[in-house]
Design a binder for this molecule. Sequence first.
Ligand code: C2O
Ligand code: CU
Ligand code: CU
Length: 494
Amino acid sequence: MKPEHTRRGFLLGTSALALSAAALNWADASAQSRYSFDTAVAIPPLYNGRIEGDVRVFDLNLQSGQTEFFAGLKTDTNGINGSFLGPVLRMRSGETVRMNVKNGLTFDSTLHWHGMNLPAKADGGPHQIIQPQQTWSPEFTVHEASSTTWYHSHQIHATASQVWSGLAGMIIIDDDASAELGLPNEYGVDDIPLVVQDRRFYRDGSMPYERSMHDEMAGMMGNVPLINGTVLPYFAVSNSKLRLRLLNGANASIYNLAFTDGRKFTQIASDGGLLPEPVQMSQLRLAPGERAEIVVDFIANEKVILQSAGTSRGSGMGMMMQEQNPRFDLIEFRTGEALSPSADIPPKLADLPPVSENDATRTRRFLLEMPGMGPMRMLGLGSGFNINGQSMDIGRIDEVVKIGETEIWEIENAGPMTHPFHIHNTQFRILDRDGRKPEPNESGLKDTVVVSPGEIVRLLVRFDNYTDPERPYMYHCHILEHEDAGMMGQFTVV
Ligand code: C2O
Ligand code: CU
Ligand code: CU
């Protein structure tokens, strides 16, 4: 049965823009031509854990609940220590943390610490299943520098539905070096998390995870954007500079973030932490799994909207390409009569080692393919979503890597859709895209990289600190429907 014909009634609209408008018209009869953005954005609770001996301990409960995304309508959702999404976990570089993750749901789940270098048994991937009513308590050292990362369900074949339902949250890592830079850092005031997602809502307020065949191919995309779980919110800006910690927590949408007045902003960090230098941007592409920290300047008495600008490209499979880059208004920023002055951003942010492929001992190739297309298919291999002709098999180790060795991972996209490729347990550097040096905002630490149709992206990869010949880590496309359908592989570090 197609979702359109269920008893839930019609979806909220028929195209992304019209749909959000319909959502608002329906949620708020007074909506004018542009939305009124009348809900303050939810700021997830900041959770510092508690100190036990010299370990920082977090108690996380996976739970089900109901969330009121639209006034008067209750939506069934899942969350961590709440009904939808989870708290922002804050920890310090160098310390040891323990996560007590209790599964209060009725089905198996996992919780993965995306972007972090940790023992394979603490990774929270498909091998660390937490059964209902069980508690899983991994402990690990925070090796990362100051950065924004996240945690989410990684249940085999069910990551997409579980993240869709709300099993995800942000992690903020602090360190001493970054504290001295004078960057905006007052949580919820001039340093705010923005978990950007979209969900497909029906008129009764439900957002079931029901996929059509097209959704299995293109990934689940919504008709309504959510910012920290809030529909079309605003944020009242009080300082002249605002730091936004952006996380694309969507299942499949790639956002082209820009302000409606075209203003420039400054990217200061990518997935794994601060960039060497701030980078001026007017548009930022953020794919599922990626994070970026940006700083935006404001003046008194203004309003500006952060939007996902969509895309005009796409040929042949153009429809699918456009869907991957939806057009959405996301959040409005408003200032009042006066703003507290903020310090300037320093011209130098972080020291990163130079990127040199001379350090590499070998090259591994990863060919990403979709069903029914590509060279492997023509050889009779890889009928579904696959990497190097192999669909994910939890009993098969695809690659064995030596600890501490620098390698080149060459990712080639043979299909018509963009794939954000993610590697667990490391922060890598981008060597080049089709032979071209990466843009300045992609020259820092990354754990997820966009690979466009036909493109070859080469990465400089290394795994430090932990070996485990038995338990693997994952690499995969972070479009969760592609991951669940088999565009994922496993590697051990020995
Ligand atoms: Cu964000 Cu393997 O995951
Ligand atoms: Cu990950
Ligand atoms: Cu993909």
